[in-house]
Design a protein around this ligand. Structure first.
Ligand SMILES: C[S@@+](CC[C@H](N)C(=O)[O-])C[C@H]1O[C@@H](n2cnc3c(N)ncnc32)[C@H](O)[C@@H]1O
Length: 391
């Protein structure tokens, strides 16, 4: 039986189908971006990825049976998880595993939206933080020319797999194993910087390495779901200014040496108050990105569904130990229980009131300004009042 991947007509048809899926969605592709998605196949970068089976992630390759379904999944407008808790799908046991995804190939329409915002021209020097599978680096290479692209991933397994796959697809960008927040070739500066992992604040090095007039596209996300993507242009004075894209994006976090991951402590039962807002409000991404602006950067959120419809959300600020639990019991009003100096739900309740008063402002109406010392998001209301938040 011939391998489905050797059928060139079929692969071409798959690339056409993917490009049409992106174009039919929220992204209107420029002819150059369409050419990139038509000419750069996705399957060489994801020979094995994980499919979900309940809580488990099961590795899936084209040779595991159902090659047609596998090919359709590769050329669907979905993200493909390739690493869970640092275990690559190619190294996973056939029965799969459970854990937290640590690498994936981003959904192509989100890639396209970010690449459109990045506005890459041939010859632009481009830096990508988060090589992952290498697929986005291949598209960047198509757009800028591979000799102008540098891509970095913290996982050596990933960079070691991505490099030969890029070469087999005809591209030879500079692939580096390192921390994308700070590992750069000496003295290198860039016309374009793109991150495909999220940060809470823009790493100062990105602001320094971007050339005046250069563009940076960066997913900004805290512990809440509704991440945002910022597009900034650097002025000659070193300030980068821009806006938030309309697209929501929940990228996995850029794991940098400087970041700590805190375990949320259990809140003991104690005096509680009635909440004015259900914690399920955070499931609405049009609100949760706004709520994030009101949360100190050290706050961690965990949540889960428990027995009999009880939904529990816990917020924890490891800087002062404040911990707040919001219990959404089925039918009853939500309750808030806190330990430590602050009730962490109160600022989110206030943020929700403000969000409603501002008539649910869309994320693309917010602007952003960043210097190495200060990063500020602003919203100018129709009455001229300017609201500002420090990242
Ligand atoms: C969504 S994936 C990237 C997708 C990739 N651009 C592609 O086309 O497949 C996010 C990647 O960021 C990487 N990452 C996380 N922290 C990093 C860091 N500090 N520096 C560089 N890469 C990092 C992860 O290992 C992961 O591969």
């Amino acid at each position: 039986m011939t391998n489905i991947l050797d059928d060139e007509q079929r692969i071409l048809a798959s690339c056409v189908s993917l490009t049409q899926q992106i174009d039919r969605g929220s992204v209107v592709l420029s002819s150059r971006l369409a050419a990139a998605f038509l000419n750069v196949p996705r399957h060489p970068f994801v020979p094995v990825f994980y499919r979900r089976d309940g809580e488990r992630f099961i590795p899936w390759s084209s040779t595991d049976g159902a090659p047609e379904a596998w090919l359709a999944a590769v050329y669907a407008d979905d993200s493909l998880i390739t690493e869970v808790d640092d275990v690559h799908a190619e190294d996973a046991p056939s029965q799969g595993l459970t854990g937290i995804p640590t690498s994936s190939s981003t959904a192509p329409s989100l890639m396209a939206d970010m690449l459109d915002a990045l506005d890459v021209n041939e010859g632009d020097e481009v830096y990508e933080a988060g090589t992952g599978t290498g697929y986005n680096a291949a598209i960047l290479s198509f757009l800028a020319g591979d000799k102008h692209v540098t891509t970095v991933d913290r996982s050596e397994t990933l960079t070691a797999k991505a490099q030969p796959r890029l070469a087999a697809t005809g591209f030879d960008p500079h692939v580096i194993h390192g921390d994308g927040a700070r590992d750069f070739p000496a003295d290198a500066t860039y016309d374009r910087i793109i991150a495909t992992a999220s940060v809470r604040r823009i790493p100062p090095e990105w602001l320094t390495r971007l050339r005046p007039g250069g563009i940076m596209v960066v997913p900004i996300k805290g512990t809440l779901a509704g991440g945002m993507v910022a597009r900034l242009t650097k002025s000659p004075d070193g300030t980068a200014t821009g806006h938030i894209l309309h697209t929501p994006a929940a990228f996995m976090p850029l794991r940098s040496g400087s970041q700590t991951s805190a375990q949320t402590p259990v809140v003991p039962d104690g005096p509680s108050r009635e909440a004015t807002l259900s914690a399920r409000a955070l499931d609405d991404w049009t609100f949760s990105f706004f709520a994030q602006l009101h949360m100190p950067s050290g706050v961690v959120r965990t949540y889960g569904q428990y027995d009999e419809g009880l939904h529990v959300t816990t917020l924890y600020d490891f800087t002062d130990g404040s911990t707040t639990r919001i219990d959404d019991a089925h039918g009853g009003p939500p309750t808030v229980t806190s330990t430590g100096p602050r009730d962490l739900w109160q600022p989110i309740e206030a943020a929700h009131q403000l969000w409603l008063r501002l008539n649910r402002p869309r994320r693309e109406w917010f602007t952003i300004e960043a210097t190495p010392t200060e990063q500020v998001v602003r919203y100018t209301a129709p009455d001229g009042r300017v609201h500002r938040w420090q990242l």
